[in-house]
Design a binder for this molecule. Sequence first.
Ligand code: FAD
Ligand code: EPU
Length: 342
Amino acid sequence: MPLYSHIKEDFSLHSFNTFHIDAVARYFTEVDNIETLKELISSGQLDDKPLLIVGGGSNLLFTGNFKGIVVHLINKGIEIISRSDDSVIVKASAGENWHEFVTYCVKQGFGGIENLSLIPGNVGSCPIQNIGAYGVEVKDTILSVDAVDLHTGELLNFSNKECRFGYRDSIFKRDLKGKFAVCSVTFQLKLNPVVQLEYGAITQELSEMGIENPTIADVSKAVCSIRHSKLPDPKMLGNAGSFFKNPTVDEKFAEKLAETFPKLVSYPLGKEKVKLAAGWLIEQCGWKGFRDGDAGVHEKQSLVLVNYGNATGSNILTLAHRIQNSVYERFGVKLEMEVNVI
Ligand code: FAD
Ligand code: EPU
C-alpha cells in the first residue's frame, strides 16, 4: 500500500507522552492544517488501522506499541471573532499550546480561563475531558467546537450543549470517541472579568502574595504557584496529572462512610450526590510516595502516578489496578481512570 508522503514508520512516541513511556507507533504523521487532514482521510491511509489523535500527550498511557497511525495535530492560530461591551469571542486552533493560549488571553484582559493556567496539553484536547481546576471547568467558556469526522472528512460544528460536557467528560470521550478530530475551539470570554476565588488555596496564595484586589493576571500567577508546589513537572518526572477521577457517590453512602472515617474529604454536589477526594482515599490506603521499580505514586499528591525513568505502561497500569483494588476493599468505592489507556 503506498504511504501518504509525510507518514513516518516505527516512530518513537517517547517525547509525545508526558509519562515518557517508550512506545513506538507503527505509523506517525503531523498535520498542521485542516485541508491536509481532509486529504489524509480521503487518501484512505487512515482506513483499516487503529487511529489515535495526539496533542500534548499529557493524558495518555501507552501500554504497548501502537499498531496503527498516530496523527499529531499541530495546526496553529488564534482569531478574535467579535467583541461586545462585555465579552469577546475567540477561536483557537487545536495545535495551540493550552497554557500559551491562557497567557495570551490573560494579557489581553480576556477573563474566564485564568484558573486553568499551566494545565499541560493543547487547545484541541481541552473539550475532550472538559479540563478543570481550581473551581473552573473549561465548558463554561466554550461556545462551540469544530471537528472533522475522521471517516468522511466532513467539518462539523458542535454547540456547547451538543458536546455534552460533564466532570472530566464530553461526547468526544463517549459516543464519538475516536471518531472526530477537534480542529478548533471557540470561547466566549469576559472583558470585565470577575475573578473566581471559590477555591480556598487561591485566596490563601493571593494573601501570601500580598494582593488584596486581584486581577485575572494575579489569579493566573497564584494558580501557577500552587501547581508548581503540588504537582510534578512532567519534564522532570513522567506523569499525566490525576490518574483517577474524584468519585461521585450518594450522599447517604458518604455519610455512612464518614461514621467510620470521620476525616473523609468530600464536597457536596447537590441532588443528593457527593464528590470524594480520591487522593485522600488513596493516601489512607498507604500508597502516597509508594514505589515499585520505576512506577510510583507521587509523594505530595496520591492521585498522580509517576514514572521514575524506565517504567513501562504496563507497570503503571498494574500499579493503578492495585490502587483501585485496595481503595475498593477499604472504602467500597470504585475509582475510575481519568487517563486514556492505550
Ligand atoms: P493528549 O494527551 O494528547 O490526548 C488526550 C485525549 O484526547 C486522547 O484520547 C486523545 O486521543 C484525545 N485528543 C487529543 N487531541 C485531540 C483532538 N484534537 N481531537 C480529538 N481528540 C483529541 N487535566 C485537567 O483537567 N485539570 C488539571 O488540572 C490537569 N492537570 C494536569 C497536570 C499535569 C502535570 C499533567 C501531566 C496533566 C494534567 N491534566 C489536567 C491532564 C491533561 O493536561 C489534560 O487532559 C489535557 O487536556 C490533555 O491535553 P493533551 O493535548 O496533552 O491531550
Ligand atoms: N488529598 C489528600 N491526599 C493526597 C491528595 C489529596 O488527602 O495525596 C486531599 C486533600 O484533602 C485535598 C483534597 O484531597 O484538600 C483535594 O486535593 P487537591 O486540591 O490537590 O485536588 P484533587 O481533587 O486531588 C483535582 C483535579 C486536578 C486539579 C485539582 C485542582 C481531578 C481528578 N483532579 O485534584 O486535576 O488540578 O483538583 O483543582 O479532578 C487532572 O485532572 O489531571 C488534575 C491534576
